[in-house]
Ligand binder design. Structure first.
Ligand code: G4P
Length: 525
């Protein structure tokens, strides 16, 4: 039966996976896509074996380094739900990209390697989710390996991340002695390494096995049972409300690689994960089932598919329904335009979108119109969604074209790649020399690689080291304040800023020029 508009919106589940590299994000994503029928073979996401177009692995550099550099979107249907997974780069140099992606989701899945516990990158990403108050579902992975004790992992969640937890299931042993999980939620045992028809064993009202099974005699099972009793008595209560506001995380133990516990996780996740939520705008909250179409650009990516040489603006739909050819207004400029070329994302192909509602991600072909953070709407009144987090670059390089004959490609490449937002472009005031700023070194490497491969422009990069960037209002600009320790430059919007050599130079400058107001964008957003 065809769903009505509200049912369509409610069936959307849009999330990102947050984790430290190597915790198993790719493996879990792949298993989820397999369940959803979006891919047919393991190995597709990483593109190792099949040689097909690999969604989260489209850049050569990514393969060379074995890291996921770019975010992308994967979509599948399961059990009447439309699931959108937004991939996030694991490498810390790309955290800015990841943070913006987290603005576009309604919930997050946090993967933890059972042997490593909570790692640095997870903490950072967790904080962003926390700040937004979105629900976080935890998957403790690699139970087929010897790891930390489950109770220890739970206390790490509470102590390191400061979030309450509720184990939805509990492991029975681990590593070589991993027997399965005690499913507290569905009141059954899910056996590891067993015939499919015996995978689930029911529990009676006292939480004991209702059927004869060799597990009953095992001391590992007894210990798990004792721990579950302890959790029942002393653990947190299950609370849907706390899950919804991000105060409590449901915890699932499993093993992505052996596809154990993943399906139960997916089904339970879909049950409790939020559908698209209202979003704050300058005109108040926008309801996901409001009639007018609205959305915001959270990512721009050039040359998604090198064969097509296109650039795509990723739009999170926040209300209404997308229709091909519809007219929208770009709030920043007030300009009206027709959305005729668009795409939705699947794991193994990019197919043309026909129906997309709140929660879905739209890819709009972009000829340079959009900026990150832009709002588009079909409504009469232009609205603007909340600002996306912006990060001040800390590392800077001077960049020039190696071959003066290739200036055209060089300029085109720089301007297009800068639009993606991972790297910032500055120019010196009079000579207009190019300076690039980024949060991490890897971004420069990727930039150099892409300029060469996608624009056929080789570059020279001269490191300027780390700098502290502070913006200055136009009326206060005085070029005599510029020196080698406080270099005055302009950004791509022609706003002026100083690049201070270090914090000391910044303080010294401020002492000497107390009337000059220096602006740190991190503090104003
Ligand atoms: P990531 O995207 O979070 O970086 O992690 P990824 O899925 O690539 O997994 C990292 C490594 O951990 C991979 O092994 C993967 O096979 C392994 N792994 C993932 N889930 C599990 C699990 O449940 N149990 C066990 N034992 N291992 C798991 P690798 O040898 O580094 O890479 P690969 O060459 O096998 O891909």
């Amino acid at each position: 039966m065809k769903k009505n508009f509200k049912e369509e919106v409610d069936s959307r589940k849009t999330f990102a996976i947050i984790s430290h590299p190597d915790a198993g994000k790719t493996t879990l994503t792949e298993q989820l896509l397999l369940f959803g029928g979006a891919i047919r073979a393991a190995g597709t996401v990483k593109g190792k074996k099949t040689g097909k177009f690999a969604t989260s692995d489209w850049m050569e550099i990514e393969k060379q380094r074995g890291i996921s550099v770019t975010s992308s979107v994967m979509q599948f249907e399961y059990d009447g739900y439309r699931v959108n997974i937004l991939d996030t780069p694991g490498h810390q140099d790309f955290s800015e990209d990841t943070y913006r992606t987290l603005m576009a989701v309604d919930s997050a899945v946090m993967i933890i390697d059972s042997a490593k516990g909570i790692e640095d990158q997870t903490i950072k990403l967790f904080k962003v989710c926390r700040m937004r108050g979105i629900p976080i579902f935890t998957f403790i992975n690699k139970m087929d390996r010897q790891g930390k004790m489950p109770l220890e992992l739970l206390s790490e969640l509470e102590e390191v991340l400061g979030i309450e937890s509720y184990p939805m299931n509990w492991p029975i042993g681990m590593g070589k002695e991993f027997l399965g999980i005690y499913d507290r939620f569905y009141n059954r045992i899910e056996q590891f390494r067993t015939d499919e028809d015996q995978r689930f064993l029911p529990l009676n009202e006292d939480g004991e096995l209702a059927v004869e099974n060799s597990m009953k005699q095992s001391s590992i099972y007894e210990q798990a049972l004792e721990e579950v009793l302890l959790l029942n008595e002393a653990g947190n209560d299950f609370s849907e409300e706390k899950i919804a506001n991000g105060a409590l995380t449901p915890v699932f133990f499993g093993s992505a690689l052996t596809n154990f516990g993943v399906q139960t996780f997916l089904e339970t996740y879909l049950k409790f994960a939020p559908s698209p939520q209202p979003r704050m705008s300058n005109e108040g909250e926008i309801q996901p089932d409001a009639e007018d179409f609205s959305g915001f650009v959270f990512k721009i990516q050039a040359n998604m598919n090198p064969a097509h040489r296109d650039r795509i603006a990723f739009v999170r739909i926040c209300s209404g329904q997308f229709e091909r050819g519809m007219n929208v207004t770009l709030s920043r400029t007030g300009k009206s335009m027709k959305l005729s070329q668009s795409t939705q994302f699947l794991a193994d192909d990019r197919s043309t979108v026909n129906e997309a509602v709140s929660g879905d991600i739209l890819g709009l072909y972009d000829s340079g119109i959009y900026q990150i953070g832009d709002t588009i709407t079909s409504g009469k009144k232009p609205i603007q969604f909340e600002k996306l987090p912006q990060f001040t670059p800390e590392l800077f390089v001077k960049v020039t074209a190696k071959n003066v004959m290739k200036q055209k490609q060089f300029h085109k490449g720089i301007h297009q790649l800068v639009q993606e937002g991972a790297i910032q472009l500055y120019k010196t005031l009079h000579t207009e020399d190019y300076i690039l700023g980024a949060v991490g070194h890897l971004q420069f490497e990727v930039f150099e690689h892409r300029l060469k491969n996608e624009y056929n422009a080789e570059v020279n990069m001269e490191s300027m080291g780390s700098k502290v960037a502070r913006w200055i209002e136009d009326e206060q600009i005085n070029e005599s304040l510029s020196s080698s320790r406080s270099l005055l430059v302009k950004d791509r919007f022609d706003r002026k800023l100083f690049l201070f050599e270090n914090d000391f130079a910044l303080r010294w400058f401020q002492d000497k020029n107390p009337d000059v107001k220096l602006i740190n964008p991190m503090e104003t957003t």
